[in-house]
Design a protein around this ligand. Sequence first.
Ligand SMILES: [Zn+2]
Length: 850
Amino acid sequence: MSQLSQQARLGAHAPAMFDPARFAPQYPPDLGLEPLHLAIDLWLDLAESTAQGSVTTLVQANRQGAQELTFDAVGVAIAAVEDGDGSALGWRADGEKLYVRWPQPFAKGQQAHVRVRYSVTAPTAGLYFSRPTAESPEAPWYAVTDHETERARHWLPCIDLPNVRTALDIRLRANSRFTILANGYHVADTDHGDGTKTTHYRLDQRCPSYLICFAVGEFVRYDDGVFHDGEKSIPVAYFCSPEHTPEDLEHSFGRTKQMLAWMTQKFAAPFPFPKYYQWAAPGVSGAMENISLVSWSERYVIDARLAAEWTYLLDAVNVHEMAHSYFGDAVVCRDFAHAWLKESWATYIEQVWREDEFSAEEGQYVYYDNARAYMIEADSRYKRAIVNRHFRSSWDMYDRHLYPGGACRLHMLRRELGDEVFWTAVQDYLKRFNGKVVETDDFRLVMEEHSGRTLGQFFDQWFYTPGYPEVKVTFRYDADKQQGVFEIEQTQVDDDAGIPAFSFQTSVGWVLDGETHIQPLRIDKARQICAIPMRGMPEQVRFDPRCEVLHKLDFNPGDDLLRRQLTGAPDVLGRIHAAAELAKTSRYANIEALVAAYRQESFWGVRCEMARLLGEANTEAAMTGIVALLAFEQDPLVLPDLLAAAGQYRDERVTAAVQARLEGELGYVATEQAYIALGAQREQAPLDVLLGAAEQPSFNGIIQGGALRGLASSRRPEALGMLLARVQAGATSLYARPTAVAALAEFGKGLERRERERVLETLIDLLRATHYSVAMAAARGLGVLGAPEAIGALETFARTRVTQEAAVVERVIASLRKQDKVDGSALQKRVETLGDSLRKLEDQVQRLQA
Ligand SMILES: [Zn+2]
């Protein structure tokens, strides 16, 4: 699954989420009777939102005397359970599980079939039906599945955990006008002569339940030919609802074959499955690596205009899901504790692909972005070990520790072992475990075998221990002794939280008379001093210049050195670090230097970071810098970040500069950010512009969503009517409606009692919305609104949700319980006013000093 699905996750500080005292360790189930094959036969009625038929499981006894099998089957109506001959078997179902008992115990190795006849109607999760309704007249026809982590059980009686893997025969019957897709290769179509057909797909490889997938519905199609993989021919095709066109599909996924060519070569392994299809549907979230049939939210299908801004994102997700074909689909994580072996790997491959196909700088920037995303979660929510068994829902594991946190650790391992050893070992690992299940030790042992190293300490420290090194460095030059002295301190050490001083290999670097020097260094204490002979004061000094270790750095060797590093460092991380340290000083000359460096910076990613830093700087110089840069920047990859940074300031010059940009050519995402920035101008916000755009349907709801969010942050009373109207059924597209709900909640925070009550009631009503993205947005919105009055409604709502969504709602409830009665909106307004005056005051002081 992609990180796209994770976007709404960051919220309150949540230290208890992986608390061993609260959550029992989770282990994979015993396999006394192990399922080997599933034959799924279903008749799908999209008009009635029902599926009816049977699933036949071939089981094998791994243990003498096994006699019972427990299936996961939540909310499934069981009609009969039979053996291979059609004779009834003993069974009992309790709404969560189906217990089946054979009359005789199995002999070890013995195999048998069990057929469950059943039906489901509008399941809570796992299988999603859509058709045009009064609530969503534009909704397309489809019945699609989306499972990760434990949602298959809501429509398919199965053992719904990843150590159970089966080959598949999937036969789906539906209205003849629909496209029918499923895992594996196409076997046959049968026309029943009654307006229905059955399509049969077969997958010979064994597949865990979370990767089983089908999609039935009205789809447009783009055939991208065949990927020739040695002897094999892999058909490649893309599908989406009729809202988008085959050309949009080409814009979105057109680089797929190029990625397949790169990946099969990188892993020195043929593509493991018989086809590579991708489908998209609105109302599905993120993207998901189902075997040979990747699914996407249709929100990420792009057109020519969006391609300029989002090809980067689309390609990252595309290569991520493709990497799962190896890491996750062919080599399956035995249980959720080891899920990093798929998610960290797929995330890391995004970086490797960028590096190989574009440039070293592009790869470095993905690394930087991953490290930053991980540290934000670790610093603001919780620090957990990457390998972990204590959780409320397995879904909670799919966080920023698992994705970018683990990806950075893989990069470190590659640096530690060197490219040749690392990739040879990885290729061997993929080959050895193709078609098998793995745990962390399986991977470690292969890496050890190829490198001749013992990696126990590396894995213990980086995968089994929470936290990461937070490094504070100082540098001074001792002219008498002609040496540079680095003092290095690890400030993260926290015995209570089990966060140690880390031990790692790194280096320090310096530039003297234009020449670069590097000195390797082993860090293994909380505090270390390193004195190095230097014949003069260096022009630049660096810690970890070769990017060998994941860490957060606090190191300001002085404005002059930093300013040289800002433009002179050959690496992306060095320039970003200099920019961050200079911005931290808030000094006028440093901010000026940052703005000047922005103008000469050739790499777009560094400019994105500079924009963000200028946005956070809250100084007059930073604001005037942003205003000037708004007229300068032309790169569609950077403009959204620059506009977001502009939105940090409330000033008529910002309003004018953003509006000037809106008059020219601007992409969808940049326009979205421009509207949010305009809304942030509060009283100065051009309300007519925002109200007009909020009413206007837009491509994938992006611009409309920006206008709605802009209205919310404008805090203008005139916005309430529009926000209340846009959340209503049928008023807004499926893409923008969850954004409208979130915007309404955000807006509601600042309202007086009676109007706030209207918002509260509307959000409670929206908990009953048919589309789960809307209902979940309402649940989160009640948390944002800070509405303890809604706890009862949220508790009822949580009971109707699948475990992974219920866990999110439970955390909203917990945060509402904790909330005190401080009027947050009034307080925030005061903070803003103070911030604005502080910025102006500080500017005067700076001018006086200059
Ligand atoms: Zn993934």
